[in-house]
Structure formats: C-alpha cells, structure tokens
Design a protein around this ligand. Structure first.
Ligand SMILES: Nc1ncnc2c1ncn2[C@@H]1O[C@H](COP(=O)(O)OP(=O)(O)OP(=O)(O)O)[C@@H](O)[C@H]1O
Length: 233
C-alpha cells in the first residue's frame, strides 16, 4: 500500500514491507496510552499484508493498516473493487487469501442486511441484539434516540421505510456498544439530518475510544481518518 493508502495489486506487485505486525504493536502501545488516560479501551484492528480473493479473482493484496482506540478509516473505490469484501474480512466473515487479520474487542457490522427481525417492533428487534451483548433497555433507547427513531419504537420493522430501516440498522450498532464499528455504505438512503446524526454518533464513538471502519462512496465527515483507496485490477 502506498502512502496515500492505495493498495498494490497483481501478481508480483511489490507490497509495502509487511508493516502489519509493527503497526499492530504500535496500535497496542497507543491503546495502552489511551487506557492510562482513562478512555475506553479494548479494541484494535490490524491487517498485515492481506489479500482477498473472491470467485477466483484477486481483489486486492498487500493491504496493511492498523486502527486503535479513537481511530477511523474510510474505504473508497469504484463498484466491485472489494470494499464490502474488506469489511467482511474485518468482521471475520471471510478468510484472507494471504496475510493476517488481528482483532481485539467486540465488533458490530452494519451492511445492506439490517439483521433485524421484520415481524417484531423496532425496539424489540434491536433489544434482541443488545440482549445478546449483555446490554440493557436503556442502550436500546440510546441507540434509537441517536438516530431519531424513538417515536417508531413500537412499529414493526417491516413497516419502516428504506431510510428508516437504514437508521434502525445504525441504531442497532450504536445500542450494541461494541468498540469496533464496521459500516458498509452507512450513508445510503439517509436524509441530510440523519447523515448529521450518523456523523455525530461516529464522533462520540471515537471520542469514547471506539473504532470506525467504513466503506462509502460519499464523504462521511470522519475527521483524521485513514483513507484506504482500493483500485480496480
Ligand atoms: N459471494 C461472492 N462470491 C464470489 N464473488 C463475489 C461474491 N460477492 C461479491 N463478489 C465479487 O467480489 C467483487 C467485490 O465485491 P464487493 O461487494 O466487495 O465490492 P464493493 O467495492 O463493495 O462494490 P460496491 O461499490 O458496488 O458496493 C465483485 O466483483 C463481486 O462480484
């Protein structure tokens, strides 16, 4: 990966010297410093010379980055280049074709699948996930409030509009309290006010020591984020 975050491609491409291990150690050092400052700790994500193969096609290789408490990275690139695949690797839903991925801390993935039961109320659907993570009713309310959905708490998920469902998915992530947020196109379908709410939620999450890894075709206001620019093979 070059200094602008572009990922080397193709057989025989010279990847950066494998910096992943070193960067993971650096992440952990920062993590320890953050702990001494009394911030939320327990999360880190590092890719070390990671390659991704899907359907027999090499999407990217030599990907190195490290994220610790308060960090964010934005994955960008054209359709089909592998942004969602990168997030699925980070979530452990895909195995890397080469390299290693290290994760510390719980994660929450928001993608096009809301993972919410369509046949129960919004509060109940989010409560299911929050309960699995040992959270409480107040966490559900906090997530719903963050995405301005409290007034729809008792509406069945199947009756929500596209944008409301997207906000519900984000509310699930916020309510879940996982330190590592993996957000795939989180701004899709959001109106301006909802996008501002998402940005505020990401700022608050990072300020409390959380990590955001997002893939997006739109700017997300992630100040100070690393850019991981995937390019077509
Ligand atoms: N289950 C699968 N099996 C095989 N190939 C897949 C599978 N899912 C996705 N792909 C392929 O992997 C490539 C990358 O897909 P991915 O969804 O990661 O791209 P993306 O950069 O997120 O695209 P977009 O901007 O359109 O969301 C595409 O060529 C796609 O066809």
């Amino acid at each position: 990966m070059d200094r602008d975050g572009r990922v080397a491609r193709g057989a025989g491409d010279a990847c950066d010297r494998p910096r992943g291990r070193a960067s993971f150690r650096a992440v952990r050092r920062r993590h320890a410093r953050a702990g001494r400052r009394g911030r939320v700790t327990g999360a880190a994500l590092a890719f070390d010379s990671v390659a991704c193969l899907r359907g027999g096609r090499l999407l990217f290789e030599g990907l190195n980055f490290g994220l610790g408490p308060g960090d964010a990275a934005l994955v960008i690139g054209p359709n089909g280049v592998g942004k969602s695949s990168l997030l699925r690797l980070a979530a452990g839903l895909l195995a890397p074709a080469a390299g290693t991925i290290r994760r510390e801390g719980r994660l929450s993935l928001a993608d096009e699948n809301s993972a919410l039961d369509r046949h129960v109320t919004l509060a109940r659907a989010i409560g299911f996930w929050v309960g699995l993570d040992g959270g409480e009713v107040c966490d559900v309310a906090r997530g719903l409030a963050a995405m301005d959905l409290l007034h729809l708490s008792e509406v069945p998920v199947r009756m929500l509009s596209t944008g409301q469902r997207k906000r519900a998915t984000l509310a699930r992530v916020i309510a879940g309290n996982a330190p590592l947020w993996l957000l795939d196109e989180p701004a899709n379908g959001l109106d301006t006010a909802s996008l501002e709410r998402l940005e505020a939620a990401m700022v608050a999450h990072r300020q409390s020591g959380g990590i955001v890894l997002a893939a997006s075709h739109q700017p997300l206001g992630l100040i100070g984020a690393q850019t991981l620019a995937l390019t077509a093979a």
